[in-house]
Design a protein around this ligand. Sequence first.
Ligand code: SAM
Length: 319
Amino acid sequence: MSLPAEFLSRFEQLCPPHRHAEALASFQHPKVVSFRLNRLHPDASSVIPALRAAGLTPEPVPWAQNQGVMAWQCPPAQRDALTHGAWANDGRLYIQSLSSMLAPILLAPTADEWVLDLAAAPGGKTILMAEMMGNAGKISAVEPVHGRFHRLKANLERMGISNTRCYLKDGREIGRLKPDSFQRVMLDAPCSSESRFRSDEPDSTEHWSLRKVTECARKQERLILSAFDALAPGGHLLYCTCSYAPEENERVVAHLLKKRDAAEVLPMPDWLHQLSNITAGLTSWQDKPLPEACTHTVRVWPTAEMDGFYLALVRKRGP
Ligand code: SAM
């Protein structure tokens, strides 16, 4: 397998033995393609019959549908047909990994809230949150990279999102500019993207190194403090990455707990732990202990259907 040797050695230490074979196989094969129907679109119910009429074989994803997200999946070979069909271009469906859908589901924004999405482009999680809020309430979506900012705006427009305002800004500034303001904050942090690695795509790993992991961690530590400072007392922050590196995950949560007394890690709901590829966050890494509260965070191990992911739900103590 042509993945970086250093990455593989760390992955072997991190991945529980019972998830190992399936996780390694997932780096070698194209993933099942998942998508969700846009409940804000008046004609979303036409999609599944249209896909079937075109010879595609969508199957529902029960755990996501039980949480109110109309998630479906098709075999990997149907990706192009799904991506290039009218159904994707006219905003009736959005192609999104199942792991990505988890973050908005767990943050659970509601229609009367002001929500911050601190690292928003290309907008998959913003769009799902807007949908969960019925396009009501208010979302502020922050993205500092010009090209990605414009893609975010185009995606929001295509999906009919009207409760979101986009800001071309560095997320590290927001906690200072808007302290104690938002009921929910999403921080889907820029990361080393280890879960996107494919053994047959050298491009997917070419930017990876331990130094890159450390650089990402440094930025994530500043972003999580900014995200937490922007949170209203009593509000919830969802921190997530698509990296396996503890430096970008549990250690970033540990940094927040050390720097902010009001931060409290919340347990995840029972239904999440019923998925077979979920394990609790680490309590130590390379012989250094991590806070016990990290066991409330979760690691999603990759399968043929799901990407690897890390998720932590944090509350700001207060009223
Ligand atoms: N949440 C997005 C979605 O679901 O479609 C994906 C977000 S992606 C993992 C991380 C994003 O953070 C990238 O678009 C990247 O450009 C942006 N980013 C990088 N540095 C940032 C910073 N200092 N503040 C805010 N966002 C940043």
